[in-house]
Design a binder for this molecule. Structure first.
Ligand code: FES
Length: 103
């Protein structure tokens, strides 16, 4: 399912924005003119990755500090060991679209 998120220019740079679809929480991050989408829930415990600090293409979990790669969802540092899901994002004509399939 392709979902229009809005204009690229409305997304803040280098910090997360949380969007929700039912029970699903997804964190969007604008890095330059690219946008990355990962699961908002940290894979270690309950924390919102959209609220984490962004460094280059990584976000630091605000609760215990694990870092996740925004491109792959991979956990880069402990205590998290499991990845978070990633989602395809398209930017066309200045609009951001998320490819998301409900489970
Ligand atoms: S909740 Fe994210 S590292 Fe612990």
């Amino acid at each position: 399912m392709r979902i229009e998120i809005g204009a690229l220019d409305t997304l803040p740079r280098d910090r997360g924005v949380r969007v929700t679809f039912g029970e699903e929480r997804i964190a969007l991050f604008r890095i330059g003119d690219e946008v990355f989408a990962i699961g908002d829930r940290c894979s270690h415990a309950e924390a919102s990755l959209a609220e984490g600090e962004v460094f280059d293409h990584e976000v630091e979990c605000p609760r215990h500090g694990s870092e996740f790669d925004l491109r792959t969802g991979k956990a880069l540092s402990l205590p998290a060991t499991m990845p978070v899901p990633t989602y395809e994002v398209l930017v066309e004509d200045g609009l951001v679209y998320l490819n998301w399939e409900p489970e």
